[in-house]
Design a protein around this ligand. Structure first.
Ligand code: HEC
Length: 99
């Protein structure tokens, strides 16, 4: 993981902008899993505001979930995003559960 990434407000801002463009349709504009297209998806898109999820995962796992998708779910592999964009997204989704 790029050093200082999780603490970087700029990375989170870039990640949030990308998230609203590409991810919010499923994960919701508030990253709570309630996107417009989330209904009927099983398992449901992850709710990133849940602190238990935040505590149970790691930046590396989030990075690879975005890159490679999650097998057996509707989560696609985002192979067109650059590594930097993928890390920015990871920084954002890992920040939403924190107060
Ligand atoms: C078509 C709907 C859809 C879109 C679009 C989508 N996701 Fe997902 N996402 C899912 C589903 C469904 C899961 C699986 C939930 C689970 O892990 O049980 C998931 C899981 C994840 C996970 C893994 C969570 C975990 O379990 O650790 C991450 C991280 C993630 N998504 C990030 C993103 C990001 C970032 C984007 C945008 C680039 C995105 N998703 C776009 C539906 C979507």
């Amino acid at each position: 993981m790029p050093e200082g990434l999780l603490a970087s407000a700029a990375a989170r801002r870039r990640g949030r902008a990308l998230f609203l463009e590409r991810c919010a349709i499923c994960h919701g504009t508030r990253a709570d899993g309630h996107g417009m297209r989330s209904e009927g998806i099983e398992p449901a898109p992850r709710d990133f505001t849940n602190p238990d999820w935040r505590a149970a995962t790691s930046p590396r796992r989030v990075f690879f979930a975005i890159r490679q998708g999650v097998a057996g779910t509707a989560m696609p592999a985002w192979t067109t995003l650059t590594e930097e964009q993928t890390w920015d997204l990871a920084a954002y989704v890992l920040s939403v559960g924190r107060k």
